[in-house]
Ligand binder design. Sequence first.
Ligand SMILES: Nc1nc2c(c(=O)[nH]1)N[C@H]1C(S)=C(S)[C@@H](COP(=O)(O)O)O[C@H]1N2
Ligand SMILES: [Mo]
Length: 445
Amino acid sequence: MPKVQGRRRFLQKSAALAGLAVAPASVVLGSPAAAPNALPLVQGDGTVDDVNSTEAVLYGRRSPYANTLRRLEGSMNPDSATPRPNPTRQGAKTPLGELTGIITPSSLHYTTQHFYGIPTIDPASHRLMIHGLVERPLIFSVDELKRLPFVSRIYFIECIGNRPNPQGRTVADTHGRAACSEWTGVPLSVLLNETGVKAGAKWILAEGGDGGKHGKSVPLPKALDDCIVAYAQNGEAVRPDQGFPLRLVVPGMEGIYQVKWLRRIKVVDQPYLTFQESSRFLHEDPKTQLDSYEFGPKSVITYPSGSQRLNGRGTYNISGLAWSGAGVVRKVEVSTDGGKTYKDAQIAGQVFPKAFTRFYYPWNWDGEEAVIQSRCLDEKDQMQPSEEEFAKYWGWTRQQMYQASNTTMGHCNWIQAWKINRSGDVTNGLPPVAITITDMHEDHR
Ligand SMILES: Nc1nc2c(c(=O)[nH]1)N[C@H]1C(S)=C(S)[C@@H](COP(=O)(O)O)O[C@H]1N2
Ligand SMILES: [Mo]
């Protein structure tokens, strides 16, 4: 670090001597005083921190001033949360409050806790077997799959454990178990067309290559509709966290459907209720559907959101994400008075079905306390519910609602509010509720 300062001083000095403006030198080197603590500065000596190093030229690197990271699971409220048991590996959430647009950088795509860890799979020896109620059982290598017709489509992936709540400090805490990527791969319909499907086939059972053999039943009509056997994510190979070398993408449906490290598809006549399905998703409450399929309409404001700060009154763009498992987002509305009135938000960019949709709402903050929130209407004319409406449907108090395990309740898509105080600090806008479980999540085995 002294090296950088020294060099900068030298540049300033020589610039002054040469009668040149100082600004370009400090733009190139950055300002050491403003550098976030504990982050590497540009070394200038050929180490990996150097933007000019071979490594950086070959795979790129971030500015030391761009330091957005995933947020570890179990850290929802650092004051009260007990970190989740971590026998093998921690999970981490998407830092939605620090991202723009609709694509989640692959490195920041949330990753769930996996009790069996993340397998390291050699794509050269990996196979996908399709068998069961088919005319011709087939085994595909990854190379063979890449020779077939393919699609690239943008879809969100969301864990059923993604739930708005009054505890979360940031939008990563409240909504970070969701992300959106461009997925490239072979439509599953192409593969099932190759194998042929026998009469009586009604479901498929997809299995992953992790230690727990994660399995999920998918209705055959959905399998033949828009599912993808994906080998690429955001233009490069699917990351190990996301299922390298093959992942099943089942657009709009719960996280559990998106089988990673995909190695087997069995065409069957009924849903199989695998270990993961039955251990996590079956409950006695008749309002809990055995299989709840596609997510409903959901949205959240990502700026300004919890832990962020407005720097004085004036004009801001309230911005956020909306999505629905039902298809496209038809409309997003924003309220700046705690839900009393709503106005239409602008949609930034294109709207894709079952993908994140970016919205914004130009707002003149008068410096007074405000509660801001958004709601989404989807192509099936479903409106995102308020917390009150959701609680009423279940016949629960707020206390019961936040105390219940996620998977008992199904899809948690109610409205998340953020509160801005007079000094511009943003905190969670849902009224506090006393609960003893502080970071609920489905069980990942
Ligand atoms: N093979 C396998 N696939 C899996 C899982 C798993 O444990 N094993 N977890 C599922 C769950 S519950 C979720 S929420 C998503 C998470 O996907 P991501 O890690 O790419 O964000 O993967 C799904 N696919
Ligand atoms: Mo999940």
